[in-house]
Design a protein around this ligand. Structure first.
Ligand code: GRF
Length: 203
């Protein structure tokens, strides 16, 4: 029998951008480690020095960088630096996992349909300027919605406007506070981000 050639899969090289606790980053790193994603997080870039996600990345021996807007003359200069890091790491995709920065054209043009964001609401509702963190969940409760959720989408030049890849609902419960709703949505996000990436990567 002729020797069968082993199918070689090329792992996707992911650069994650974060601003906070990094629980979605952890979910992606864990999925890579368990083989649920045929990918590798090759670098983590934070928009602030205090992000808890930096510690998670360091614990996983992943290179970390901080690109804080205040350290640059403009958003474009910050993104030029992010782009240099991403290129150096040979990134295939940029993942915005709780990243509070807005990507400028420099990044969008360099990684067309290769930048992916997770947002803690059912877009197009509760997206755009001001809808981040607890604000999103407060808005859902103020509107009296019975259902919320999260959305994974490609990033374009708008804020939370890019093509939707996958979204999933979470029930709003009687007595929910913004904090309790946030916690329930976040728990679901950890599964959603991995599933959405598997779809994007054709896994
Ligand atoms: C998540 O709810 C994400 O959707 C939003 O910010 C939160 C980040 O959480 N963009 P974490 O840093 O991944 O724990």
């Amino acid at each position: 029998m002729p020797k069968q050639k082993k199918r070689r899969t090329v792992k996707k090289r992911l650069v994650a951008l974060i601003s906070g606790g990094g629980s979605n980053l952890q979910a992606v790193m864990d999925a890579c480690g368990l083989g649920n994603l045929d990918s590798k997080v090759v670098a983590v870039i934070s928009s602030n020095y205090e992000a808890g996600g930096l510690l998670r990345a360091k614990a996983a021996k992943i290179d970390t960088f901080v690109c804080a807007l205040g350290d640059f003359a403009s958003r474009e200069e910050r993104d030029a630096k992010i782009l240099r890091i991403a290129k150096k790491c040979k990134a295939d995709y940029l993942l915005l996992l709780g990243y509070l920065g807005i990507c400028s054209k420099i990044l969008i043009d360099a990684y067309p349909k290769k930048i992916i964001n997770i947002h803690p609401a059912l877009l197009p509702k509760y997206g755009g300027a001001g809808y981040f963190g607890l604000n999103v969940h407060k808005a859902v409760l103020d509107a009296g919605d019975k259902v919320s959720g999260a959305t994974v989408h490609y990033v374009d030049e708008g804020t939370d406007t890019g093509e939707i890849i996958m979204s999933r609902e979470v029930a709003v419960l009687d007595g929910d506070t913004a904090e309790s709703l946030q916690e329930r949505v976040l728990g679901m996000e950890h599964e959603l981000i991995v599933e959405a990436l598997r779809v994007v990567f054709g896994e």
